[in-house]
Design a protein around this ligand. Sequence first.
Ligand code: FAD
Length: 531
Amino acid sequence: YWMRMNDLRLLDNKALSRASVQARKVGVPLIVLFVISPQDYIAHDRSARRVDFLLRNLAILKESFSELHIPFHVVVHTPRKTIPQFIVSFCEEHGSKALYANMEYEVDELRRDIQTSQLAFPKDIRVEFLHDKCIIEPGVIITKQEKAYTVYSPYQKNWIATVNANLPFYLEDCSSPVANEPSVRALKSLGPLFESQIPKFIVGFELTEQDRDKMKEVWPAGEISAANVLERFLTTKKRSSQLGGVDPLASGPVACPKHNRIAKYGNERDRIDSDTTSRLSAYLTSGIISARQCARAIMLLTNAKKVESDKTSGIGRWLQEIAWRDFYVNILVFFPRVSMGRPFIEKFSKIVWEDHQVPSDFAIGQGGNISGDSENLQRWKTGMTGVPIVDASMRCLNEMGWMHNRARMITAMYLTKDLMIDWRVGERYFMEMLIDGDLSSNNGGWQWSASTGVDPCPYFRIFNPYTQSAKVDQTGDFIRHWIPELRKVRGPELHNPSASLASKLGYPLPIIAHNEARQRALRRYKNPGEE
Ligand code: FAD
């Protein structure tokens, strides 16, 4: 079994389960291989946080595999182009006649897998790739004309109906027993494979000690941690790590379908100031928990026989978000151009963006601008735009590697429509900072916010960050938590401090006037190519 970066689990893992069952049938030991490919991480803008999370999860997996007498071989391999050759020679070296892996849908990865199959075929090695990332794999939910849905609601309707019509198939638990019989004689010859070490860090993806400790505290590794995060969402249990929101719903570890977080999700999911979403994205993205496991858990909660289709209920609404994840994977597969830096709506490739590179003679502050970003871009990245909700969200991202969905939408729209900075610049920065960075969801979210994608927010819908702020941070706790300069401010001024208050408190003045910025965005989107 060739484990990849997106399926770091033992339970409910299709390729692992299939490999294990086949190995037993044939009477040979199962070997698990993981290839660390730093060049891939560079090419995909993987954050150091996600790479560190990967290593922490691999260390736990190694222990679990060892208890099951399964060699877990982890190698660092460069260059990325020769991975197929490496995989096939590894199989040959160990006499493996079959190779199993879960599909990765990014273009480079698909090409790599095709090449692996082509190299394996003449060597008599059978290669099988399985769909595991989504509940419904890409290509199944299509229109009557056999085209991809580019609008979400009909896709989602079809998605629910398809899952419900084939429940045992789509929600099947793929957790077959995976242990190798210790008595299998061949196991002895695999001795050296058991000894492979998990690196502590990957050169070029090191975290500072402080950041690493923070990530470990907020995003503990392993399947048990993922199950705890899910349990916390489905019960009223409190979580120890704070992500900046308050925790008003916590009152004890009781599973109660009416009073848990998921029950409130339908109405309160947009509240940035409270802790109402699952915070499972880091675990789902790295495949430490599967989307099937999540769907089964919510069905168990209410003893439901079908997946919930009522979008107004908390459970129905949450499932809808899980389906968004599948939707964006589907888009990536049908329209690979979106992953190559191109907008889905092609005419918007002509939009005139503000320059985000700093001119050579420009310097901010005493140290100058180290990263080469324009001042506005640097202020957005560091949470110094003078718009409290944008700054609080960006500071949360920088410290925690995660942001609430609304915060992602507000900051993405502010960058693209208020600052008129190219969405690809923001997309990349998110990938570099997020612990849950995922090409399809991140690209989908950015193209939605920039109005260039499938089913996007229309270009003339431009969030007013101040009114958004009052709606989603009603208590002001989120802003106060992340912006110490404003910690003592109460009332509506918190969302839009006056110039005198801001300068008294040492908080920046807005770098752009929203109404003027809005007019500029409307003009440029209406006539792509014109200033
Ligand atoms: P919940 O609200 O509890 O949702 C449950 C799960 O459903 C999430 O964990 C996620 O897997 C999925 N989900 C929820 N909303 C979406 C969505 N809009 N699109 C796709 N899947 C969704 N999500 C990522 O996993 N990785 C990313 O890199 C990413 N980048 C984004 C960038 C932008 C600009 C935007 C607007 C959204 C992005 N999202 C991304 C989607 C969404 O913001 C996060 O999945 C969500 O905030 C994670 O928090 P949660 O686990 O508490 O979500």
